[in-house]
Design a protein around this ligand. Structure first.
Ligand code: GLC
Ligand code: MG
Length: 245
């Protein structure tokens, strides 16, 4: 990955995946360009769920895969970056978080393969989300709280999140002068879209992203999913610039 000048770091569901034809056009565009684009997927899914999606949709194999909302980083061969995992788990207390959550019956715990994050689904009682957040704060439990799509709550180690994981990946695995685009559609993408790098909110994004403060490097696409990524790529790197030759 260190020798690639360009890099796309993208969320999967609702961003890279969601419009098959637009994704086909984006991949064709990348394949016909003179420069190779490194690919990093940054997803809320756990590792095997992300692997299944990649297989089902026939997605290109990424150089790196960030899963579980930025709590885990994997190489293409499935090997985990153990340093990141260690760094994550220093102040992590999942049992305590689960204990507090039990007092909020409307939060349904997601079944996940391990407790590197503690996640819930909420349907009608969105008020309980704030109450839960306050309860965690009141007990001073170190964590990062993420609410996405008016449905998913992810409680993560304080140092996790897609933004922190992506910064770590860029520092360790990418060229210093890499030209990148970061793409997302929902609340768990907010922190990586706020890093200040060229970023895109795709046209079909959830309301929690539409309310983000405008900023120079944050592009709002009209097109949905991969179509929005393509639109943003042309905005930042297309027409007359080196990427297309
Ligand atoms: C994905 C994951 C889910 C997570 C959500 C929001 O849907 O499968 O576990 O809560 O993203 O990050
Ligand atoms: Mg998404």
């Amino acid at each position: 990955m260190k020798n690639k000048k360009y890099l796309l770091a993208t969320d999967l569901d609702g961003t890279f995946v969601g419009d098959e034809e637009a994704l086909g056009r984006l991949l064709e565009y990348f394949n016909s360009a003179p420069h190779e684009v490194a690919l990093v997927y940054v997803t809320g899914r756990h590792f095997s769920s992300a692997q299944s999606l990649i297989a089902e949709e026939g997605l290109p194999i990424p150089n790196l895969l960030i899963t579980d909302v930025g709590t885990s980083i994997y190489h293409a061969d499935g090997l985990e970056d153990i340093n990141w995992k260690r760094h994550m788990q220093e102040d992590w207390q999942p049992e305590l978080i689960a204990e507090i959550a039990v007092t909020f019956p409307s939060l349904k715990r997601q079944e996940l393969p391990d407790d590197r994050r503690v996640s819930f689904t909420v349907s009608d009682d969105v008020g309980a989300v704030d109450e839960f957040r306050k309860a965690l704060d009141a007990q001073a439990i170190p964590h990062t709280f993420i609410f996405s799509s008016n449905r998913d709550i992810d409680v993560l180690p304080s140092r996790a999140g897609k933004g922190n994981a992506l910064e770590y990946v860029l520092g360790k695995y990418a060229r210093d002068d890499v030209k990148l685009l970061i793409a997302g559609d929902s609340g768990n993408d907010r922190d990586m879209l706020s890093l200040g790098h060229p970023s895109v909110i795709v046209g079909n994004a959830q309301p929690e992203l539409l309310e983000m403060e405008p900023c120079e490097n944050l592009f709002r696409a009209n097109e949905n999913c991969a179509g929005g990524i393509h639109e943003a790529w042309l905005h930042f790197y297309g027409e007359g610039r080196e990427f297309v030759g």
